[in-house]
Design a protein around this ligand. Structure first.
Ligand code: ADE
Ligand code: ZN
Length: 343
């Protein structure tokens, strides 16, 4: 049995693997600036968030038709299934597509095609969270949200992402107010590169229910008290933090400190095609680095379940499975030794 996982911080655009990128380039007759897979992979050496985003948006040039969006989403779900993911709350960046002439409806329909079959095909329940690019005007986000609501496309929530510093959550209050009025769930990237004040703003001005990343909250004790008191989840992405140089090495990652401080932190992959691995790879690397062991791995899995937008009954069912997994690990005679990947 695999540890049942929930993934809450995953940009579908960040799952575009080099092989699929080349396949879509051929399908859509797009001329790429990279001559080979190796030449493309050589670009995956990022100085910071912006240098990553430049490549992330550029690579999307190959994703054009409804079927491309469905194929991208299906490829993620297939890989997530092997990781033990049972529920995924997936981010989708409309403006990364509309800004290059792809109609919103085309992109969203393709993603929905794959999500609507996800339970049957992969045994993975999903939610769809539309994320707005904070380095573009709030009015544009508002317009797109209105369009989605008018078209009746099934989305579950909204979020905020892209270049953080200089684009505080306060700019987006109207967008989040509209989403809240329509019963959508609310999340935002904050405290990735930006200061703890952006986490405060996301909580107090946008009313978000989860903070994506939030790693810089560790610089503010009063903020930590608030996050612990209100059990505000932080969707932490260790490989991303290393690759985008938020921290120097995985050994410097504060995840254990975060858990010990009582934060509701869970592990996620962010943009796995670019950062060296999926959610299971992140957990396995943390286990190897910090010797987490079954108890803390189970804690991280439980935190993800609690932090999700699943119903209490759905959460209870997954939590039961985590306990079953843990029991097998505590009685090693009846269970395999490998913590994450054993089936
Ligand atoms: N978009 C995709 N990945 C992101 C990240 N790590 N931070 C902000 N925006 C993103
Ligand atoms: Zn992210």
């Amino acid at each position: 049995m695999k540890l049942p996982l929930v993934e809450l911080h995953l940009h579908i655009e960040g799952t575009l693997e080099p092989e699929l990128l080349f396949e879509l380039a051929e399908r859509n007759a797009v001329t790429l600036p990279w001559a080979s897979l190796d030449e493309l992979r050589a670009q995956y050496d990022f100085a910071d968030l912006q240098s990553f985003l430049d490549l992330y948006y550029r690579a999307l040039d190959v994703v054009r038709e409804r079927i491309d969006f469905a194929d991208l989403t299906r490829a993620y779900l297939a890989r997530a299934r092997t990781a033990g993911v049972r529920h995924a709350e997936i981010f989708f960046d409309p403006q990364a597509h509309t800004s290059r002439g792809v109609p919103l409806g085309t992109a969203l329909a393709g993603v929905r095609d794959a999500l609507d079959r996800s339970v049957d095909e992969w045994g993975i329940t999903t939610k769809l969270i539309v994320t707005f690019l904070r380095d573009r005007p709030a009015d544009e986000a508002l317009q797109i949200l209105r369009e989605i609501l008018a078209d009746g496309v099934a989305i579950d929530g909204i979020g905020l992402d892209s270049a953080e510093v200089g684009y505080p959550p306060a700019l987006f209050t109207e967008v989040f107010d509209l989403a809240r009025a329509h019963g959508l769930r609310l999340v935002a990237h904050a405290g990735e590169e930006g200061p703890p004040d952006y986490v405060w703003q996301a909580l107090d001005l946008l009313g978000v229910e989860r903070i994506d990343h939030g790693i810089r909250s560790l610089e503010d004790e009063a903020l930590l008290d608030r996050l612990v008191r209100d059990r505000v989840p932080l969707t932490v992405c260790p490989f991303s933090n290393v690759r985008l140089r938020v921290i120097d090495t995985l050994a410097d990652h504060p995840i254990v400190r975060m858990l010990d401080r009582g934060l509701l932190a869970c592990i996620n992959s962010d943009d796995p095609a670019y950062f060296g691995g999926y959610i299971d790879d992140n957990l396995a690397a943390l286990d190897a680095e910090f010797d987490l062991g079954p108890d803390r791995l189970a804690l991280l899995a439980r935190n993800g379940i609690e932090a999700s937008f699943l119903t209490p009954a759905e959460k209870a069912a997954l939590l039961d499975e985590v306990e079953t997994w843990l029991t097998a690990r505590r009685e090693p005679a009846s269970g395999p030794a490998t913590a994450i990947r054993s089936s």
